[in-house]
Structure formats: C-alpha cells, structure tokens
Design a protein around this ligand. Structure first.
Ligand SMILES: [Zn+2]
Length: 220
C-alpha cells in the first residue's frame, strides 16, 4: 500500500509516518533523510546531489525521482511505502504518479494531518530537545524524567531550540500552507485525500490514521 503523509512542521508527521510504516510493514520514505544519507555514502548519485546541496541549491526533481525509483525497487518496498516529505509540488505529485504507474502501482491514499496554527505554536513552546542526543520531549505531552536529565542518554542539556520560537513557527506554518494547498487540491480532485485531525496525543492521532487506512483498505 502506497500512502503519502502530509502535515505542517511540528505536527508530528515524522513520528506518525514511522508508526504507519511499521503497522503496514512497509518502509517510511523520507526523501530529505535519504538524500543526506546518499551524500554521506559518497555514491555516484550522492555526488550528484552534492553539486546542488553543497551550494544551497534545490535538487532537481529528476534526481530525487531517480533516488525514489531505486528505493521503491528494493524488495522491502514491493508491497508499498509511506512517503514523508515528498511530493512538495504538483509537478512532483504528477511525477510520483507516473513513477508508481511504471512500477504497476498507484497511491492508495493521501493523508493530511490537520493541525491549526495555535496548536502548533503551543507544541513548539513546550518542546525541549536534548543537546547531547537529539531526543525530543514536551513539557506537557511527553515530559522528560523528573530528574531533569534526558531519559535516552542521561545528559542534563534539555533546551528550547531557536527554531521553536513563535515567529519562526508561524512563518514556517504559513509557508507550509501556501506550498501544500495546491498539492492537496491535486489529490482531492483525484479522490485520494483523507483529512485527519492531528491535534490530539500521538496515540489518538495514530488511531485516527489507522481508521482511515482501514477504511481505504476495505474499499479496495
Ligand atoms: Zn539525550
């Protein structure tokens, strides 16, 4: 089952993509992470990414599609994948449809995690990150241990990131909405878009996504 997951920055999309991938037994395909890994590996494709990313330029869609195709042809992705962070434009959405068609597949659903700006701002305000290992916490929803030390690595360096400051969060949210609306409209016109309320706890949102996916599955 091939599913695209959308959600504004700070909505927990990465976490939900990982959980959904595990539930469906398919890989989570986060193109940003894959491109960074490819560069780090020093592969031929990675060196081609380097030429753009090293200069702060956007990687052309053709190169990203090449990476995606190679990934989708691996055995663990034969039954499907969860796309996290791709497509970001209508052109990319069309290219993904064409790629899947070449592989004899098509998207089963596009899930949009809907979270309002106020909720995103509140989450960001409570977020704490361990400077030592990157583990994240939230003072209300996922508090760090009462010792004030990171539960994952034991360091006492839990901080607020500059990225979580309200003006930054607002700007990123507005950028996301402006960029994503046309892509969501593209999928809505194809009957693929499923909106899920993303404001609850991780468990509640996971359950809502599961219900949507079950309904799509049983309708197939
Ligand atoms: Zn830590």
């Amino acid at each position: 089952m091939d599913v695209v997951l959308f959600g504004p920055p700070g909505a927990g999309k990465g976490t939900q993509a990982r959980l959904l991938a595990a539930r469906l037994g398919v890989p989570q395909i986060a193109t940003g992470d894959m491109m960074r890994a490819e560069r780090a590996s020093g592969s031929e494709l990675g060196r081609r990414f380097d030429a753009y990313m090293g200069r702060g330029l956007l990687v052309p869609d053709e190169l990203v599609l090449e990476l995606l195709e190679e990934r989708l042809r691996r055995p663990d992705a034969r039954a499907g994948a969860i796309f996290d962070g791709f497509p970001r434009t209508v052109a990319q959405a069309e290219a993904l449809d064409a790629l899947l068609a070449r592989l004899g597949r098509r998207l089963a659903a596009v899930v949009s995690l809907d979270v309002g700006l106020d909720a995103i701002v509140e989450r960001a305000a409570g977020r704490r990150v361990c400077e030592a290992c990157g583990q994240t916490y939230h003072v209300r929803y996922n508090p760090p241990p009462s010792t004030g030390r990171c539960g994952a690595c034991g360091a006492d360096r839990l901080v607020r990131r500059d990225d979580d400051a309200e003006p930054v969060v607002r700007r990123r949210y507005e950028e996301y909405v402006a960029k994503t609306e046309p892509v969501l409209a593209y999928y809505e016109a194809r009957g693929l878009l499923r909106r899920v309320d993303g404001t609850g706890s991780v468990d509640v949102v996971t359950r809502s996504i599961g219900e949507v996916i079950d309904a799509v599955r049983s309708a197939r």
